[in-house]
Ligand binder design. Structure first.
Ligand code: ZN
Length: 321
């Protein structure tokens, strides 16, 4: 996926450079059409540069006054541009990014990605893995202060204390994958307790570590699975199976389609566990709800502590606090 995005961006940068050249030529034609003296001066400047260079190469010219003569000529061209109603730098090469001159790379001799290309690359990567704007939801920006610092009913800890521990568990998993304690994670608890935010943070962390990550709602996954089942076209389903880490949000919110949903979900979890790939699932359902809805066979996959770390969110819906 990363290579495909880079190829796509490279093609766009090449196109941008072509558009820049066209714009430069258009401006030159426009200006010299309006003020032929500028064209004449530019020709002279060009000849002067060549003559100067030739002189230096022949060893005839020592301590050339070329720079001073160039200055005079440049000043004259700028004046003429202004007199004709143009900005002084109207004939300077145009670039969208002055740092890399729209090549996407900076540095000599070792080339490094320019900020503009890096930014575009990650924006597109986050978009393609289903993060998009949510890429701003990171462990660093996860604010514990939004959680009430009062005891969770029937528990010896406050909601904020609990969230601090959960954040650490999620972060440790994302930072250690594929060497994390378990291959899978199940984030359980009602809506509005920060499950999705932490999933986004995990996805971002894993992406930045170079893993092939895919984030989607369980609803969307089962939709893809159902279409693949009926059409026999497996491409999209394969890419879901192949992601290093798959993050499935909100399992339980999708409509149950007879057996298909259950079979596909089982296959997904089973194949990924067998292949040693990580899956992170969030759900509002409890363990017994999972059993009732998806059968014992699936629930046992998700509740086996050796394979899947369970994290239980508790407390008040922070959207209402
Ligand atoms: Zn740039």
């Amino acid at each position: 996926m990363r290579n495909a995005i880079l190829r796509e961006l490279q093609a766009e940068y090449d196109q941008q450079q072509m558009r820049n050249d066209q714009e430069n030529q258009r401006r030159l034609a426009e200006v010299t059409g309006k003020c032929p003296e500028i064209a004449q001066l530019m020709d002279e400047r060009q000849n002067m540069i060549f003559a100067g260079l030739r002189g230096i190469l022949d060893g005839r010219v020592q301590g050339s006054d070329l720079p001073q003569r160039m200055d005079v000529m440049n000043t004259r061209i700028s004046q003429l541009l202004k007199q004709n109603g143009y900005a002084e730098n109207y004939l300077d090469p145009v670039y969208r990014c002055p740092r890399c001159k729209d090549t996407g790379y900076v540095g000599e001799p070792v080339k490094d990605m320019c900020e503009c290309l890096r930014g575009a690359f990650y924006a597109r990567l986050y978009q393609q893995v289903g993060l998009g704007e949510k890429a701003r939801q990171t462990f660093e920006s996860f604010d514990l202060n939004v959680f009430p610092d009062k005891k969770v009913e029937g528990q010896p800890f406050t909601q904020r204390q609990l969230m601090e521990i959960i954040r650490e568990q999620c972060q440790a998993w994302a930072e250690q994958y594929p060497k994390a304690q378990t291959s899978d994670m199940l984030l359980m608890g009602p809506s509005g307790l920060g499950k999705t935010f932490l999933m986004h943070a995990m996805a971002k962390c894993l992406l930045d570590r170079g893993f092939n990550v895919l984030m989607m709602s369980a609803y969307r996954f089962l939709d893809v699975a159902r279409k693949a089942y009926f059409s026999g076209q497996m491409t999209e389903l394969d890419s879901i199976m192949e992601a290093d880490v798959l993050l499935l949000d909100d399992l339980g919110s999708e409509p149950l389609m007879e057996n298909i949903t259950i079979v596909q979900l089982f296959n997904l979890i089973n194949e990924r566990q067998t292949a040693g790939k990580g899956t992170v699932i969030s759900t509002n359902l409890s363990e017994s709800d999972l059993k009732n809805r998806y059968t014992e066979r699936i629930a046992s996959r998700l509740t086996d502590r050796r394979q899947c770390m369970q994290v239980v969110f508790m407390g008040e819906d922070i959207r209402r606090v």
